[in-house]
Write a protein of this length. Structure first.
Length: 266
């Protein structure tokens, strides 16, 4: 009988410890990790550098009426219907090829691999002024990424490939757009697979720690893959809340007690 009670106590202890608590689901908790404000600003200001298969939108404008006619040649889609979504941007934008080049009207191939958006704008402007206009001519070149595309899979409300038309998106916003992490998802070790010129790298971030704000992976980049692993407690099969766990305990207890007395009376 003593062994029987000891076994039941052990099972109950395991199930009760498997409950999902606030510490498992609350974002950006104060875990005593020092937060350096200067480091935070430094990381948030880090610019994105264009990679292969990125799509950029480039628009050239001028104030002078005579110059407007010339720069319109660099905007072949000008006057057509504005891009309404990712599909339109795919056809009207400029895709970075495997060599890091975009095929720009009149200018031909321009290498943009590893450049920031501002650097690409300056490069295009310099090419136009050097080859076709006076250096003092006022023209304005606007460059934007054609949406921030990323993938989310694992323990989230809705897996899939998403595109947000924003210049900057943090990982919590990206996950919220995918239905947020389920209660059974591990927020302490979210994986980010990021593209680099030399290949892919896997990074880890703890979203339950406020120190995540300082992580270089807090803000996602185009083509990131975000993977949310299940909590180890999920494999045990207990409930997510105390009520669900107690219900599971009651069911198991009922089965064990019934089996015990039936076996005893045989």
């Amino acid at each position: 009988m003593r062994r029987f009670l000891l076994g039941i106590t052990l099972i109950f202890s395991i199930l009760l410890s498997s409950c999902i608590t606030n510490k498992d689901v609350v974002y950006l908790q104060d875990k005593g990790t020092p937060v350096n404000d200067s480091l935070l600003v430094k990381e948030l200001s880090k610019p994105y550098r264009v990679q292969v298969n990125d799509i950029v939108s480039i628009n050239v404008k001028a104030i002078d009426e005579e110059v407007k006619k010339l720069v319109s040649l660099f905007n072949p889609t000008e006057g057509t219907r504005p891009a309404q979504g990712q599909q339109d941007l795919y056809f009207s934008g400029f895709t970075v090829d495997l060599h890091g080049n975009i095929k720009f009207p009149i200018l031909g191939d321009i290498n943009v691999l590893g450049y920031t958006i501002d650097e690409i704008a300056a490069k295009v402007k310099d090419e136009i002024l050097t080859k076709y206009l006076k250096s003092t001519t006022q023209i304005f070149v606007t460059v934007k990424l054609a949406g921030l595309r990323y993938t989310v899979t694992g323990e989230v409300g809705g897996t899939g490939v998403f595109t947000l038309f924003q210049d900057r998106v943090n990982i919590i916003e990206a996950l919220a757009n995918a239905g947020d992490i389920e209660n059974t998802g591990d927020r302490t070790d979210v994986l980010i697979i990021r593209q680099y010129p030399q290949g892919q790298k896997i990074h880890h971030i703890d979203l339950t720690d406020v120190a995540a704000l300082q992580s270089p992976y807090y803000y996602i980049q185009p083509n990131d893959m975000i993977l949310v692993k299940p909590l180890k407690r999920k494999a045990i099969g207990a409930g997510e809340t105390a009520t669900q766990t107690l219900t599971t305990i009651a069911s198991i207890f009922s089965v064990i007690v019934t089996t015990y007395f039936l076996a005893r009376n045989l």
